[in-house]
Design a protein around this ligand. Sequence first.
Ligand SMILES: NC(=O)c1ccc[n+]([C@@H]2O[C@H](COP(=O)([O-])OP(=O)(O)OC[C@H]3O[C@@H](n4cnc5c(N)ncnc54)[C@H](O)[C@@H]3O)[C@@H](O)[C@H]2O)c1
Length: 334
Amino acid sequence: MIYSNEDFNKKTILITGGAGFIGSNLAFYFQNNYPNAKIVVFDIFRSETLFSNGNLKSFGHYKNLIDFKGDIICGDLNNEADLSRLFNYKFDYIFHQAAISDTRVDDQKNIMQTNVNSFYDILEIAKKDNSAIIYASSAATYGNSPSPQTIGKESPNNAYGFSKYMMDQIAYDFSKKNQKMTIVGLRFFNVYGPREYYKEKTSSMVIQLGHQILDGKKPRLFKGSNKIMRDFINIEDVIQAKIKACKPKKNGTYNIGTGTPRSFLDITDILQIELNTNLNIEYFANPYKNYQMHTQANISSAIENLDFNPRISLEQGIKSYIPEIKLLHGKSFA
Ligand SMILES: NC(=O)c1ccc[n+]([C@@H]2O[C@H](COP(=O)([O-])OP(=O)(O)OC[C@H]3O[C@@H](n4cnc5c(N)ncnc54)[C@H](O)[C@@H]3O)[C@@H](O)[C@H]2O)c1
């Protein structure tokens, strides 16, 4: 589906984090719909280095980009020489997704350098090229703020959420000083869908529970999961938001969710219907202290200023995702 009248053919488009979940889906949106667009992916890809929580430092994976025909630059946002390779282009659009996306990393220095410092550099590239810049913020900026989460009522409670909140403030200042530029931040809520598998333990519970069920194991949920609510949004609706953000009525930061919270138990029930199983659920104590218990995006400003219109219910999104969940079941992460 095409989400705007804008013709992206002959445009030069930078996608940072393009080997990751959201970035690679965006790369294929442009490749499939605008064969004459010049698409440049900048990503550090994965190496074998881990954070102290045991997760990889970066999740970019070549398998997300099989059949991609654009340019790839393997580079680190924190490395000036890598970033300088981007000076060989003149970008019409920059979609900045590259980040430490793992919300449970404690290495504050690394998060702030990667997510925040580099953002100044990316904004300068956008200014030099006069490109529209659409960057990824996050619902983690809200921490445990009460629902519905609304722009202006942030309260991050981890370093990741803080880094994204800082990016929003940097963008706001930059936008005030450069009023002719298009600068839009999108605060994604819980995104799920194809090409997230290589985020391993940080992928959505949709695919993780799907694989537990396909293993024939009881799906494992925190106690009280019928009351732990999240605003789950399908990757297709996230792509819609990104495309519509290229022509906003005004610059700003916008919530991107469905506006409808659903529980982790709902996910399990829908998966069991789609996979034709009837497994008992195994409940266990939630080990996390700082845990978002209820998220629900207030999307009124995104509807008004981006013409954002989330279309995909959790039932529809999971149903269409089942073939990929089955295909990847038991596959190695390598
Ligand atoms: N998926 C979600 O539910 C969600 C929710 C809120 C916000 N976000 C944000 O959206 C963006 C994309 O998220 P995603 O789910 O696709 O995550 P992802 O981890 O799959 O993608 C991030 C990409 O950034 C790359 N990267 C990491 N460090 C880098 C560095 N130093 N230099 C260059 N590249 C680097 C990784 O290799 C990876 O490909 C991120 O900024 C994330 O914080 C995602």
